[in-house]
Design a protein around this ligand. Structure first.
Ligand code: ATP
Ligand code: LTN
Length: 343
């Protein structure tokens, strides 16, 4: 891989199966960037423990996430796929950055406020309500460390991560000003189509893999029958005309999903469904999603019976990532005043 290519880094959390929100807002676009960039695709297991989890699930989800990445078109020969905890440096840099982050900046983060609210009000287990850990608050600092440790030029993410990326840019600028020019200021890279896929049950909320309501989310590995059931049951309004408008958030979300999967504009889709009903749109959308996910699911199943291959991908990915991270971390420690370690 040439050193001349700009670097992109991006990640997903192994908090459950990946969703069509992750695919359309993120992974599908990452796959198109593989030839033009030096790519680092992380599976951020240290982020995943900021919400309730079991060790067995985390272990299973992490390996399954690798297989889903590859099945979605992330070629490990052309990119570095790694697990965050396999690379030393993420949490070390996060600590340095945390000591430069005012508490108020973290308390203002939308994702923190949303997740806190969700944990307080929606947890099925009443004993878990109110149990917000401090990792959840510091989560965006760890994300900034993920990015800055690789000195990434660009970070392709869904719209929900814009605010976190802004914090990362501020921290990089703060560090550069306080010490000296160290970090590239990373640019967000948001794809237009699919950047914000909403919940099928509450279109005011983003589709999320950790949503308590399974009907709200289509997972990449869902069975075709389940996909159809979830799309047909998606919440829409009671009118009949197919339009893309703010007054019809449920329907608009379905049109956006259709557009992102088919590559067509929302106008074309709306035009084609004139005179037809919501049921027709939902039915065709189900067919489209099922047909697009079929090859992903087939490849995923092939990969999951080859754990040795998946482990070799992770080993190689971590080696390359670690090399870059170490170099950067040494520079960061030096600039911020730490005594160099005697070799
Ligand atoms: P969780 O539900 O556990 O909070 P998540 O699915 O929101 O997880 P990640 O797995 O970390 O979060 O997200 C990986 C990538 O997918 C990020 O770039 C994120 O912006 C993008 N993404 C997540 N949900 C959506 C969505 N509904 N629409 C568009 N992009 C999304
Ligand atoms: N916070 C992100 C996941 C994430 C990430 C990153 C994304 C962690 N570290 C670095 C891009 C770059 C999320 O919740 N989707």
């Amino acid at each position: 891989m040439s050193d001349q290519k700009p670097v992109i880094l991006t990640c997903a959390q192994p908090t459950g199966g990946l969703t069509i929100g992750n695919y359309l807002g993120a992974i599908k676009n990452w796959a198109t960037m593989i030839d033009a960039y030096e790519c680092y695709f992380g599976i951020v297991d240290l982020h995943a423990i900021t919400i309730d989890y079991t060790p067995a699930e985390l272990r299973k989800n992490s390996l399954s996430c690798v297989a889903q990445y590859i099945a979605c078109g992330l070629d490990p020969k052309k990119s570095n796929i790694f697990i965050q905890s396999h690379v030393t440096g993420h949490t070390e840099l996060a600590w340095i950055l945390a000591c430069m982050t005012p508490l108020g900046e973290l308390q203002r983060m939308t994702q923190f406020k949303d997740k806190t609210k969700q944990l307080n009000h929606e947890s099925e287990d009443p004993t878990k309500r109110g149990s917000i850990n401090s990792g959840l608050l510091i989560y965006p600092v760890l994300m900034a460390a993920d990015i800055l440790l690789y000195n990434a030029d660009a970070v392709p993410v869904g719209a929900d991560q814009k605010q976190h990326l802004e914090l990362c840019r501020n921290l990089a600028q703060r560090f550069n000003q306080r010490f000296s020019e160290t970090f590239t200021i990373p640019e967000p890279y948001l794809s237009e189509q699919g950047k914000r896929i909403m919940s099928l049950q509450d279109p005011s909320k983003k589709m999320s893999k950790s949503d308590q309501n399974q009907n709200a989310t289509v997972f990449l590995l869902d069975d075709p029958k389940i996909i159809r059931k979830k799309i047909m049951g998606a919440v829409t309004d009671s009118s009949r005309t197919i339009e893309h408008s703010d007054d019809k958030p449920g329907l608009t979300n379905l049109i956006n999903i259709y557009a992102a999967f088919s590559g067509e504009s929302s106008e074309t889709i709306v035009g084609r469904f004139q005179g037809k009903g919501y049921g027709d749109l939902k039915s065709e959308l189900s067919d489209l999603i099922i047909s697009k996910l079929e090859p992903v699911q087939k490849r995923y199943n092939e990969l999951m019976v080859e754990p040795k291959y998946l482990e070799s991908v992770l080993k190689e990915g971590a080696e390359v990532a670690q090399k870059r991270a170490f170099k950067m971390l040494r520079k960061i420690y030096k600039k911020s005043g730490f005594q160099a370690r005697i070799q």
